[in-house]
Write a protein that binds this ligand. Structure first.
Ligand SMILES: NC(=O)c1ccc[n+]([C@@H]2O[C@H](COP(=O)([O-])OP(=O)(O)OC[C@H]3O[C@@H](n4cnc5c(N)ncnc54)[C@H](OP(=O)(O)O)[C@@H]3O)[C@@H](O)[C@H]2O)c1
Length: 306
């Protein structure tokens, strides 16, 4: 990628897309192309074709998608399947038609089989049943990464895909109804501190372990792969380190300076005991995360709440 290459970031208003834009700008890329979803609905085939005809991007980061937590995934099952398939079919196919030099597609680690051995290696994709609550989303994402792979095989393209772990950072979703665990806990502990609540209730036993990556690290990894990697393996991007929800809650309690108690609602489900990516491949490709969880949470808390 040259500094004046025409780079289209699809989904630039989202958490991942906005981090990619920050990183690309920071690295001196000047010719960035964006459209909001109201300017360009990526589910509309003809509109996407017209956009590629007009803008002729050299490189594409595909970070536009319909995303959400368990509730949204499970409730809007048809929409998750349809919209994601349409967005990625349109963007990947027109990237092929209009000769895009390279494309990076954002898949997600939640599309690995529900019972995959830990840590999860890239080769475990499609080796077992999916988590039923997000099956439509996972099926769409699997179709997307297979489309990249098979456009490479049939048409000799250079389309790559990545499997990020759980992300957090600026522009995350803090809606208490739909937020992921880390932003949800930050919001809860901050509110409890502000309102002098004696305790904060957290779902489950605190035993499950999860991995978290700052979205700025993800953006750096994506840029690194865009510049150095070509291939059909969808590359895991994570820290390779996990933390129990109990330790996460303690860390967030400390970060927010909340002095009350934590109570565990053990009537609520724990979910999968452990979800950790094997990051040997991306380490061998020359990238490792640099933002520790403690530092990342401290910065995000300051940016969002103070
Ligand atoms: N967040 C995570 O923890 C995580 C983890 C692993 C992988 N990922 C992957 O990273 C990608 C981005 O996720 P995110 O967390 O950044 O999501 P996000 O914050 O919800 O952003 C989604 C982006 O997609 C755009 N978009 C949605 N529907 C569109 C449409 N029909 N036409 C045009 N644009 C549309 C949105 O634009 P508007 O705002 O204008 O609607 C927004 O810019 C997804 O593919 C996701 O699977 C995320």
């Amino acid at each position: 990628m040259e500094k004046d290459s025409r780079i289209y970031v699809a989904g630039h208003t989202g958490m991942v897309g906005s981090a990619l834009v920050r990183k690309l700008k920071q690295e001196g890329f000047k010719n960035l192309i964006f459209r909001t979803s109201s300017e360009l609905d990526l589910t509309e085939q003809q509109a996407v074709k017209n956009f590629f005809e007009e803008e002729r991007p050299d490189y594409v980061f595909l970070a536009a998608a319909k995303v959400g937590g368990i509730m949204a995934n499970n409730t809007y099952r048809g929409q998750f399947l349809y919209e994601n398939l349409m967005i990625q079919n349109n963007v990947i196919h027109q990237s092929y038609v209009y000769g895009v030099k390279k494309l990076l597609f954002l898949a997600s680690s939640c599309i690995y089989p529900k019972m995959a051995p830990q840590p999860i290696k890239e080769e475990y994709l499609l080796t077992g049943k999916l988590e039923p609550t997000n099956e439509p989303y996972a099926i769409a994402k699997i179709a997307g990464l297979k489309m990249c792979e098979n456009y490479n095989r049939q048409y000799g393209r250079d389309f790559i895909s990545v499997m990020p772990t759980n992300l957090y950072g600026p522009n995350d979703n803090y809606d208490p109804e739909t937020a992921h665990v880390l932003p949800a806990l930050l919001g809860k502990f901050h509110e409890a501190k502000e309102q002098n609540k004696p305790s904060v209730e957290v779902w489950g036993t605190g035993a499950p372990k999860r991995e978290f990556l700052h979205v700025d690290d993800l953006a750096e990894a994506c840029l690194h792969l865009m510049q150095t990697y070509s291939g059909n393996v969808s590359v895991n991007i994570g820290t390779g380190e996990d933390i129990s929800i109990k330790d996460l809650a303690d860390l967030i309690k400390k970060t927010t300076s909340y002095s009350g108690e934590i109570s565990w609602d053990t009537t609520k489900p724990d979910g999968t005991p452990r979800k950790l990516l094997d990051v040997a491949l991306i380490h061998s490709l020359g990238w490792k995360h640099s933002i520790s969880l403690k530092e990342g949470i401290r910065t995000v808390y300051g940016e969002r709440f103070l």
